[in-house]
Design a protein around this ligand. Structure first.
Ligand SMILES: [Zn+2]
Length: 428
């Protein structure tokens, strides 16, 4: 499996020169291809004259890497064009644009691409081609066969970042364990349950949501300030605000996923079943809710992180349709139910439950797990609610007297989830 080590690289004049030359090469290749494509719909995949022009400046291996990087951009562009021709573009893509330049606000983006065999990380130093040696911060999280290294200057953080891909050996797949179910949502980021748990565990989205809106308001303020003062729509401050908002959201999500998956591994869970959100999107005709679900909660991001984290523990992931999981009774399967606020009541059998529990229990039922007799009441119907305090997920109420102690006790004793440098920058 592929993983990324993140490094903070010390600034050096030689690094800037190299990065600027890389960006010039990239942009020149891209310019020629754009011109050729617009005129003749075809271009040269190997721009020999540019390769020869830049080899003395950046080295032959790096020149090749930069050209490859541009090839990749063009390959995905052409693939999208073909899809567009067939009318089969993915719904989130509305326009296919030509590969862009490495340029931002009229300035070249400083980027370097280094081939896997042309660099070395040794302790606190990074050794690059042409005898360039720079200091690095951060330790390697992943070890394995080293892949390509990309270094770029992040002008929001004003720092050089290095992203080093590593091919890591996969742990053996777990077999024979029970499945764990996850119901993703907005009011609660996730509700989690597996057969042994007396009641589901829900990760409240409330504080995360409030935080998101706080930063969204600050973004809106900055946007109107920019429009008023200098009729611009971008500033470094604005990009910083976007980044802060995203990082804070991702910090909470990553802490949640870490808790869920590490606990699942401790309980020898072999598969995680996630309700997929197609149903939620289709059922919601409210535009604001849709915007929130699609952009704000970044479900794709959550699912992707669950997949990466579970892969590290040999746990498989399955997605099931969430269709109807929130609107049928988990006890008698009746569809005659009343939903009010967070409450759920079945008219046929009279069961009352918390809606957050209903969703995840129904996913479990749909997957074939049997609920113990008389399970859908009392404890089972009320989830253990965890709140995000900006540092860690904490139970809202005491869990000392619960019969099923281990997971809950673990959760209540959880150490603050410290953000390591790698984690911090991994979530860019
Ligand atoms: Zn019922």
């Amino acid at each position: 499996m592929k993983r990324t080590n993140t490094l903070i690289v010390e600034d050096a004049p030689a690094l800037r020169t190299l990065a600027d030359n890389c960006a010039r090469l990239y942009n020149e290749v891209n310019y020629e291809r754009r011109q050729a494509y617009i005129r003749y719909k075809r271009f040269e995949w190997y721009p020999k004259h540019l390769y020869e022009k830049y080899t003395p400046l950046v080295g032959s291996a790096t020149a090749q890497q930069i050209i490859n990087k541009n090839n990749e951009a063009w390959r995905s562009f052409l693939a999208l064009k073909r899809l567009e021709g067939k009318g089969k573009l993915p719904p989130h893509i509305t326009k296919v644009s030509l590969p862009r330049y490495w340029k931002r606000n009229g300035k070249r983006e400083l980027r370097i691409v280094v081939r896997n065999d042309c660099y070395k990380v040794n302790g606190k130093h990074l050794y690059l081609p042409n005898g360039l040696k720079v200091r690095i911060k951060g330790s390697l999280k992943w070890y394995g066969k080293q892949g390509r290294l990309e270094i770029f200057y992040n002008d929001v953080d004003e720092a050089w970042m290095g992203f080093m891909t590593v091919e890591v050996e996969k742990p053996p797949i777990r077999e024979g364990g029970k499945p764990l179910y996850i119901d993703l949502g907005v009011v609660n980021l996730a509700a989690v349950w597996f057969e042994v748990l007396k009641h589901p565990v829900a990760f409240s989205g409330r504080t995360v949501l409030a935080d998101w809106w706080y930063w969204t308001r600050r973004i809106a303020k900055e946007q109107s300030r920019l429009a008023r003062i200098n009729k611009a729509n971008a500033s470094r401050r604005l990009r910083r605000l976007y980044r802060i908002r995203q990082r804070r959201f991702r910090h909470a999500v990553n802490a949640m996923i870490k808790t869920i998956v590490e606990d699942a591994a401790a309980f020898n869970i072999s598969k995680i079943v996630v309700g997929n959100l197609k149903g939620i999107r289709d059922n919601n005709h409210n535009n604001k809710a849709n915007t929130m679900i699609n952009n704000f909660w970044s479900f794709n991001y959550i699912i992707q992180r669950i997949r990466e984290k579970t892969e590290e523990h040999g746990i498989k992931v399955a997605e099931v349709s969430e269709h109807k999981t929130s609107s049928i009774c988990p006890r008698c399967r009746s569809g005659k139910v009343i939903k009010r606020g967070r409450l759920f009541k079945c008219i046929d059998c009279g069961v009352e439950a918390n809606r957050d529990s209903v969703g995840v229990l129904n996913i479990g039922l749909a997957w074939g797990t049997k609920l113990p007799a008389g399970a859908v009441n009392g404890a089972m119907a009320r989830p253990l609610l965890l709140r995000w305090d900006g540092m860690k997920w904490k139970p809202k109420r005491a869990v000392n007297n619960q019969p099923m102690k281990t997971l809950e006790a673990r959760i209540s004793r959880l150490q603050p989830w410290k953000m390591s440098k790698a984690d911090l920058f991994y979530v860019f």
